[in-house]
Ligand binder design. Structure first.
Ligand SMILES: [Ca+2]
Length: 202
């Protein structure tokens, strides 16, 4: 094999490696925005709470831990703004032994928010609140409340597997170039590699 054919072979190989690497970065599954979304850290952090929210280990939806509270208290997580156009789903699992009511709030970077209620049952139910997102905004927080009804308590709310799914990847700079950009970048890297090999062989 002469130097020229070796370089061509390496050019093709390097181009393919670059292309596959670039595509691999962009083909990941939906990313979870929340940290400790199912409370499996065994602590509430980085969720912030008021009232008596605490880690629960009895009858969780999944894993070993969930979060519970008695009363109309909030549990909230904030995060860097996510364009609502990139959010593919917002869901949470909840149960209330007395099957009452719960509220949630979607908070945006412009200071606005949307608040609504859901009606949990005594067994685990999943609530999908994705349709309540405001288009053209940037979501920065999710807050969920328990409840306090008239009469004697306890007013228990148990929460697990909260999820905000986005199609943005943490390292998605390359796919933002689009297909042509990825191809051009891969070929450019391959050509640059081939030039280096040629210089070494020269
Ligand atoms: Ca859990």
């Amino acid at each position: 094999m002469d130097a020229g054919s070796m370089s061509r072979g390496r050019l093709v190989a390097m181009g393919m490696v670059c292309l596959v690497s670039a595509l691999a970065v962009g083909s990941g599954e939906a990313a979870e925005v929340l940290s400790n979304p199912g409370f499996e850290a065994g602590v509430l952090a980085p969720w912030t709470t008021d009232g008596n929210w605490a880690i629960e280990t009895n009858n969780c939806h999944s894993g070993s831990y969930c979060a519970s509270n008695d009363g109309n208290n909030s549990i909230k997580q904030t995060f860097p703004g996510i364009p609502t156009s990139s959010i593919t789903g917002i869901t949470f699992w909840m149960r209330q032994p007395n099957a009452s009511i719960s509220a949630f709030r979607l908070g945006y970077s412009d200071g606005s928010s949307y608040e609504d209620i859901v009606s949990p049952s005594s067994s685990w139910s999943q609530f999908d609140i994705t349709s309540h997102l405001d288009s053209g905004k940037s979501l920065t927080s999710l807050t969920i409340w328990g409840y306090q009804a008239g009469g004697g308590g306890p007013f228990v709310t148990v929460l697990d597997d909260v999820s905000i799914q986005t199609n943005l990847q943490p390292t998605e700079a390359i796919p933002l170039l689009g297909w042509r950009g990825v191809l051009a970048l891969a070929l450019a890297l391959g050509v640059a590699g081939a030039i280096l090999i040629r210089r070494r062989l020269a």
